[in-house]
Design a protein around this ligand. Structure first.
Ligand code: FES
Ligand code: FES
Length: 153
């Protein structure tokens, strides 16, 4: 069936089954491959996107559940907070293999959008659902602290 989604600010129509995971609709039908498949069971955060601004697991979200909502992927993540996060990620050189990093950046940006001065405990709590097999956690924390500082300045 034809479904219309709003992805990164644009309405797009796709032909798929309503129970297709949003992740596959984004990657296979819309070619937005920045969103990654990790576990497929809402456990790792690699597939994180925003639904109406809130981080969500696209691997376990049926595409029909995204109809009428605003979907934001790493390709469409924009604004001063996202810019500060991206800059800090580069300054701190967070990335190792990169596979988890779209999800990490989306989660970090969502954290700073709601809590511009997070404590280390706040950071750990907000980021605990985003796993990194390369163990970049210390640099992720450092980059979030740096982004928070730059947003304050
Ligand atoms: S792929 Fe969705 S949470 Fe792991
Ligand atoms: S940078 Fe490799 S999994 Fe996180």
């Amino acid at each position: 069936m034809t479904l219309t989604l709003n992805v990164n600010g644009k309405d797009v129509s796709i032909d798929t089954e309503p129970d297709t995971p949003l992740l596959w609709a984004l990657r296979h039908l819309l070619n937005l491959t920045g969103t990654k498949f990790g576990c497929g069971m809402a456990l790792c955060g690699a597939c994180t996107v925003y639904l109406d601004g809130a981080p969500s697991r696209s691997c376990t979200t049926p595409v029909s559940a995204a109809v009428g909502r605003k979907v934001t992927t790493i390709e469409g993540l924009a604004g001063p907070t996202a810019d500060a996060v991206r800059r800090a990620w580069l300054e701190v050189d967070v990335v190792q293999c990169g596979y988890c990093q779209s999800g990490q950046i989306l989660a970090a940006t969502a954290l700073l959008a709601t809590n511009p001065k997070p404590t280390d405990a706040d950071i750990d709590a907000a980021m605990s659902g985003n796993l990194c097999r390369c163990g970049t956690y210390p640099r992720i924390r450092q980059a979030i602290r740096a982004a928070a500082e730059s947003l304050k300045a």
